[in-house]
Design a protein around this ligand. Structure first.
Ligand code: ATR
Length: 272
């Protein structure tokens, strides 16, 4: 049976095995998909062993996406732009394809929600790996203005060199601005520790839609904060997770699974 897994550290809470097992069953693919806990200093050895034992592909999660980028022998254009890989495919001839399906997953979810970034004002919070995976696909939607705010401003300024459209702000500068955003996307890891970004509440109004790339069984603190202040909509990253998984699955198996159905089932499971 063809073997796949999600590799990360930590990895025990990953929902990817549930998602891919549902995809395999609905598309009648003979495959198994597990979890692979990788020691922080042994990415290459762990992947080599998995591959030697007949592994056909991996999803890569925190904190190995940059190492996976180095490990691949062929990178898709998406992976090159993001400089990070979340999907590896091991071909029989030894080629290792590195792809990044995070941006696709995010845009898939935005469309599922009926949101539209075209000609809109966006605020992106955070400038780490998660933001980098979705930045180019966001800019492709041709928003009107894209503000980027980050605690370490230098990281945001580095991204501005690559993407001149970005308007970079520190939290203090931003909180002094009077911009009315249509969409605010939290790409920081703050929700993992139940913390809020230092964003003034004036940015939350009845027409703003808010997204947190993180997800949990309950709304993240950021989403509850925004909803309580009257945001029009507040959504977590569960849909993005299903969307990115669907494109990884297609890369490995050549068939597109029905991601929207799996998303509904997964949400139910998360609440159960
Ligand atoms: P990921 O791959 O999940 O994006 P990361 O690269 O470590 O992880 O980035 C985490 C993001 O959350 C960064 O934007 C980080 O801000 P810094 O670049 O200043 O580190 C942000 N972040 C994490 N903890 C934070 C905190 N306590 N306050 C503000 N921002 C924080």
């Amino acid at each position: 049976m063809d073997k796949y897994a999600v590799l990360g550290n930590p990895v025990e809470h990953s929902k990817s095995p549930v998602i891919h097992t549902m995809f395999a069953s609905s598309t009648k693919q003979q495959m198994e998909y597990g979890r692979l806990l990788c020691p922080l200093d042994a990415f290459k050895e762990t992947v080599d062993t998995f591959k030697k034992n007949g592994g056909k592909g991996l999803n890569i999660t925190v904190p190995f996406k940059e190492e996976a980028y180095q490990y691949a022998t062929t990178l898709t254009p998406r992976a090159k732009i993001a400089k990070a890989v979340n999907t590896l495919k091991f071909n029989d001839d030894g080629e290792i394809i590195g792809d990044n399906t995070d941006g696709y997953g995010f845009i898939w979810d935005i469309k599922r929600l009926g949101w539209d970034f075209n000609n809109k004002k966006l605020l992106l919070i955070g400038a780490g790996g998660a933001l980098k995976g979705i930045l180019f696909p966001i800019l492709e939607q041709e928003p009107k203005e894209v503000y980027l705010v980050n605690r370490t401003i230098q990281k945001a300024l580095d991204l501005q060199k690559q993407y001149s459209k970005l308007i970079v702000r520190s939290f203090e500068e931003l909180n002094g601005d009077e911009v009315v955003f249509d969409y605010i996307i939290n790409c920081t890891s703050l929700s993992l520790t139940n913390q809020l970004p230092n964003l003034d509440k004036k940015f939350i109004h009845k027409n703003v839609c808010v997204y947190d790339l993180m997800y949990a069984s309950e709304p993240t603190r950021f989403l509850s904060w925004a909803k309580n202040l009257g945001a029009q909509d507040a959504q977590d990253g569960l849909g993005m997770l299903v969307g990115q998984a669907a494109l990884s699955f297609k890369l490995w198996r050549g068939v597109i699974p029905e991601a929207a159905e799996v998303f509904i089932k997964l949400r139910e499971l998360l609440h159960a």
